[in-house]
Design a protein around this ligand. Structure first.
Ligand code: PMP
Length: 369
């Protein structure tokens, strides 16, 4: 089947092979007589699915043994509350604000932390640049420092995570990796906690991944709901309450797909990174060379996952989107707060999908000339 290319920012495209496999197992998983959605989360069938998914994610992201992988619910926005409920210890938390998502995180944390301090902000540039870590005003004794390592709406990405120690901060770094998880390796030596929803690079909405260093467990505020207390979730292997079983199963299928991906000598997430760099370069190079389209983000911090762009003549937006849809290029409309277009090119979009988009953009430009 020739499916369209789907550039949605999330919920987003899932590899066809994963969807086919899920379809074939929908009514009867491995001869158990049950579909995955119908299984007890405590039965041996689901436990095997869960354990495999966790082990594969650990392997793919090279998560060190001193980190727990938690499968939770509530998405990135719930984590905006759950992180300070667990980590703030009612002290100051530092935020680096680089776009809509970190702005939202800062606002929510203010409900739980004693003080929220903005260590740096890219707002003056309209969130088209990332503030240089060397200039961040980090607080002494902060309980953590929050960044959004890829801003899905503004299209800015930290290609390298900041090394807080070298900036004079002992605080753990919290990253919101919702929209770049599994698109590139993670340097865990710089991270205390990472969180992200699954619905962009991993699978259906409903599963939230939290990867947290052991020493950060067990410090929740007394008001923290038990189901959101990382210590409780970890001690119960993410089964204190019923976990999102279908989401975990689908994530597991994506992890198996990821493990098979190759680019030259690279495999898994390293292969995805190489492919994602090539995909992003193809689209940015085309946009930069064209007088018809523009991307406003500084070249050194352009997202490899979410590429917002504008037609110089915005009166042609509707025609552009209609033509794209007719070509099987779906969900290219930009976020309402930014306007224009946005191509989200997560792992499930192959280079051929980006090429098809570039071909269409070129043709549209010619037609309009
Ligand atoms: N953080 C980032 C970077 C996101 O892109 C999103 C969703 N687009 C969220 C947080 C919020 O996630 P959710 O809708 O799953 O709560």
């Amino acid at each position: 089947m020739n499916r369209p290319y789907n550039f949605s920012a999330g919920p987003a495209a899932i590899p066809e092979e994963v969807l086919q496999r899920a379809a074939s197992e929908m009514l009867d998983w491995h001869g158990s007589g049950m579909g995955v959605m119908e299984m007890s989360h405590r039965g041996k069938e689901f436990i095997s699915i869960y354990e495999q998914a966790e082990a594969d994610l650990r392997e793919l992201l090279a998560v060190p043994p001193e980190f727990k992988i938690l499968f939770m619910q509530g998405g990135g926005l719930a984590e905006n509350a759950i992180v300070p409920l667990n980590l703030s210890r009612a002290a100051t938390v530092d935020f680096v604000v680089t776009g809509s998502w970190s702005q939202k995180s800062r606002k929510e944390a203010a409900k739980y932390a004693a003080e929220v301090h903005t260590a740096a902000s890219g707002e003056a540039s309209g969130f088209t640049t990332l503030p240089d870590p060397a200039g961040w005003q980090l607080s002494r004794g902060a309980s953590y420092v929050h960044i959004c390592s890829n801003e899905t709406i503004h299209g800015v990405e930290f290609h390298e995570l900041p090394d807080l120690k070298s900036l004079g901060s002992e605080a753990p770094l919290v990253i919101d990796f919702s929209s770049h998880v599994a698109s590139r390796p993670v340097d865990w030596s710089r991270v205390g906690l990472a969180f992200g929803g699954a619905q962009k690079n991993i699978g259906p909405a409903g599963l939230t991944m939290v990867i947290v260093r052991d020493d950060l467990l067990g410090h929740a505020l007394s008001a923290c709901p038990s189901a959101f207390d990382y210590r409780v979730v970890a001690d119960n292997h993410s089964m204190y309450n019923t976990p999102p079983t279908w989401g975990i199963y689908m994530a597991g299928l994506t992890f198996q797909w990821l493990k098979k991906q190759r680019e030259g000598a690279l495999s898994g997430v390293a292969a995805m990174e190489a492919r994602n760099i090539a995909k992003a370069r193809l689209l940015y190079d085309f946009i930069d060379a064209s007088p018809f389209y523009v991307n406003k983000v500084a070249a050194n911090c352009r997202s490899r996952m979410n590429i917002p762009f504008f037609l110089q003549d915005e009166s042609r937006n509707d025609a552009f989107l209609a033509g794209a849809k007719a070509r099987g290029l779906l969900q290219l409309k930009g976020h309402k707060s930014v306007g224009g277009m946005r191509a989200s090119i997560y792992n499930a979009i192959p280079l051929a999908g980006v090429q098809a988009l570039v071909d269409y953009m070129q043709e549209f430009e010619r037609q309009q000339a």
